[in-house]
Design a protein around this ligand. Structure first.
Ligand code: SAM
Length: 394
């Protein structure tokens, strides 16, 4: 490693390690040492910060690491957006764009929590899906040694840039431009798989490429909500584990370098009526484990913010791809009337989930198990009492 990058960063790196340790994200000396050895600014020399410009438009403004003050900003516990989808990005002034982010350097506390959850041992071979900037791959190299680290990203440009940055500090892990949902292109076997982009279900190649007794840590996006799972590989290609106490979400894995596919859905059904409910918009917005439970009850449904065309009033809306929907107003957030449309009665599931969650003592996400069967079907269950939900093969 060149002395200069880590030397320049040393005080900031030390402060970040302290912050992540105090927060409980770094839990072992081995990961504290790895974080202390890698200069994040080598991997994030520029990034985009969101702001509202003078015309009232939300834009991404480019920031560069050019002097000390900017270097210090890279060592805060924040996610830094590093790439925008060229198909949606439009330049609005000298250094600001609109557009959908396609890559970022993940929140350091989330990275640390996930790496700790991965529970690597010396000599483990690890596959990372979602190379991005290469920072996480560098941390894995610092912890395990470059010969044990493999990483793929769908975007060739990102892989090339990551390779150069890793090389500049002396690491040469195995990188490949590829759709990581298909695993590592050479079909190698790994002790651990860690994904830093989300998937609707665990892809079969990850299971096939993880050795018996190995582990997968990934964000499963279940529609309304999702979460990080840590699964162990059992005989017969069954992957089973639980949602982790580390919470956080990632951008979705995509099959194309540039854009995200639009989700297909039927036109909205006409409004069918209103009725009282005990569940408010504040309940849905305020409780992450409850949203996760809703995702178990309503697999394939989505949660969106709805704006009334006439009044501009905002609601929290749950909707199915068949066009049915149900929404509760955000104004006041304590208003307990649901408005709904379409045949399926989404809100009955919401009321049932709310009752179950409260009766069960409002369990957190790590009280739920997750299993992927060899045929790709997944189920989740409440670990204390075994109550189970089949969430299909999404
Ligand atoms: C949150 S970023 C990863 C951050 C990265 N681990 C780091 O340390 O900078 C998510 C990454 O997943 C990548 N990605 C999206 N879909 C993918 C796919 N199908 N296969 C591999 N990588 C994918 C994106 O290009 C993006 O770089």
């Amino acid at each position: 490693m060149t002395e200069s990058a880590i030397d320049t960063a040393r005080p900031y790196v030390a402060a970040l390690v302290d912050e992540l340790t105090t927060a409980g994200a770094i839990r072992t000396p081995a990961w504290a040492e790895a974080f202390a050895a890698v200069p994040r600014h080598t991997f994030v020399p520029r990034w985009y910060e969101q702001e509202t410009n003078d015309r009232g438009i939300t834009v991404w403004r480019l920031q560069h690491v050019l002097h000390e003050e900017r270097i210090s900003r890279v060592y805060r516990d924040t996610t830094l957006v590093t790439a925008l989808d060229p198909d949606t990005a439009e330049r609005v002034d000298k250094d600001a764009w609109t557009g959908i982010p396609t890559s970022s350097s993940t929140l350091p506390s989330l990275m640390a929590g996930m790496l700790e959850d991965l529970a690597v041992e010396d000599g483990n071979r690890v596959l990372e899906v979602g190379t991005g900037t290469g920072y996480n791959a560098a941390l894995l190299c610092a912890r395990l040694g470059e010969q044990f680290v493999y990483s793929v990203d769908i975007d060739t440009n990102l892989v090339d840039a990551a390779q150069r940055r890793l090389s500049s500090i002396g690491y040469e892990p195995q990188l490949a431009p590829a759709d990581g949902r298909k695993g590592y292109p050479t079909g190698d076997q790994f002790d651990r798989v860690i994904a830093t982009c989300s998937v609707p279900s665990i892809p079969a190649p990850w299971v096939e490429q993880t050795r018996l007794g190995g582990a997968i840590v990934a964000d499963v996006a279940l529609g309304i909500e999702g979460g990080l799972v840590r699964l162990t590989l059992y005989a017969g290609q069954r992957a089973q584990g639980r949602f982790t106490a580390t919470s956080g979400r990632f951008m979705a894995a995509r099959g194309d370098t540039r854009t995200y596919p639009q989700r297909e859905r039927a036109p909205y059904a006409p409004e069918a009526g209103t009725r009282p409910t005990k569940v408010t918009a504040a309940d849905i917005r305020g409780y992450y484990p409850f949203r996760l439970l809703l995702a178990f009850h309503l697999p394939g449904a989505e949660l969106v913010y709805h704006s009334d065309e006439a009044t501009g009033a905002m609601s929290v809306q749950l909707q199915h791809s068949d066009g049915s929907w149900a929404r509760v107003p955000m104004t006041g957030e304590r208003v307990n009337t649901v408005t709904y449309g379409g045949a399926s009665e989404i809100w009955e599931q919401v009321d049932a989930a709310w009752k179950w969650w409260n009766d069960a003592g409002r369990p957190a996400q790590d009280q739920f198990g997750y299993a992927r069967e060899p045929d790709g079907h997944a189920s989740v269950w409440h670990i204390p009492d075994g109550r189970r939900w089949n969430i299909g093969a999404q």
